[in-house]
Design a protein around this ligand. Sequence first.
Ligand code: 5GP
Length: 189
Amino acid sequence: MELLKQKIREVGVILSDEVIKLDAILNHAVDPALTTAMGREFARLYRDENVTKILTIESSGIPIAFAAAQELNVPLVFARRKKSLNTETETYCERVPSFTKGIVTDIMVSKEFLDEKDRVVLIDDFIANGDAARGLIRIIRRSGAVLLGLGIAVEKSFQAGGRTIRESGVRVESLVKIASLAGGEIRFE
Ligand code: 5GP
């Protein structure tokens, strides 16, 4: 997606050979026009798949997932990172390592919002090692819902997440792929 590449070149701050900060458009502020365009693109990719639900994880996935859900006219569900008042029997819970924070977090989705009648697209801001996505995929599988595929804004293709999930047979659509951040330079695939 050319518009997203342009924005990343404009606002991206490279923190290391592995991490790029995109606070201005994804992780701290939202560009509504760009977010709407991203949602439209995810919707175009999955338009023929009879999607019933968009799933993401709080918090940075929510605006782009909302834009996709709006475009497809289906509900959005976001996995939560903190414990809620629900009990284990009412929720699907998974433990995932957090790439940016270097800790593990528990993510959960209430059984009320995901079940075997659903056909789900999983949307997130970044994919790095794929741990967050794999945790959400386990939740979708446990619910009995059909996983149609992933929609990722930024895939860092020098890290293994996108590739390994594709190799497991899951459709992964990324709006842009960053092949390298080495030497302080963004190289797109
Ligand atoms: P993974 O679980 O695939 O290793 O990491 C995915 C999560 O880590 C994303 O949801 C995102 O929040 C965060 N993340 C991974 N890499 C980056 C990065 O380069 N920049 C930012 N801002 N977040 C990242």
